[in-house]
Design a protein around this ligand. Structure first.
Ligand code: FES
Length: 186
């Protein structure tokens, strides 16, 4: 604005107006840039889906002859299972305590699984013979692959029978557990 009312503008007014114009343009382009960046990120997320590497729930663990009679501990860490073989066949037990989910340990000399968290004790069949566990250990689904003869474990398929309270602990009749798809007769 020219305070004298003449035709010539005050140089201060001119530079202020320029400054405000530039500022407005800057804010405008900043907004456009931010919007484009946001859209680009969303598009990229859509085109490159998030991949989660979770352990497979159905997997092969070798052939029955790879396992001797007794409890095999070698897949506990990698697959969270024990492979158990008796004179009739083979089953797979899930290495998760039925109390609050800790991982028990197998003690060959005692013939017992013991949970380090609160002291639950299980026998080789998964019956509860001590401690606070309210159920027997789960057995996972097992079958033999018809092509290569390997044992296929279905980790999410769980045998969970109701145990009976006895003086020895919470027990399940073993023969009733040795049925497909939780037992491979050998
Ligand atoms: S989690 Fe195993 S005894 Fe509690």
């Amino acid at each position: 604005m020219n305070p004298t009312g003449g035709g010539k503008e005050n140089p201060q007014d001119v530079s202020r107006r320029r400054f405000l114009t530039m500022l407005g343009l800057g804010i405008g382009w900043g907004g456009v840039t931010a919007t484009l960046a946001g859209t680009g990120a969303a598009t990229l997320r859509y085109m490159v889906p998030t991949i989660r590497y979770e352990p497979p729930t159905i997997f092969k663990i070798g052939k029955p002859e790879d396992y001797g009679v007794g409890v095999d501990n070698k897949l506990k860490k990698e697959r969270q299972i024990w492979v158990v073989r008796n004179e009739r066949g083979l089953y797979v037990m899930v290495a998760i305590c039925r109390h609050l989910g800790c991982t028990p340990n197998w003690f060959q000399d005692q013939g017992r699984f013991r949970c380090p968290c609160h002291g639950s004790i299980y026998d080789m069949m998964g019956n509860v013979v001590g401690g606070p566990a309210p159920r027997t250990l789960w057995r996972a689904g097992v079958s033999l692959d018809s092509v290569d003869g390997q044992i296929v474990v279905n980790f999410t398929q769980r045998q969970d029978p109701d145990p009976k309270g006895t003086p020895e602990g919470l027990m399940v009749d073993e023969r009733s557990r040795e049925v497909p798809p939780f037992f491979i007769k050998l």
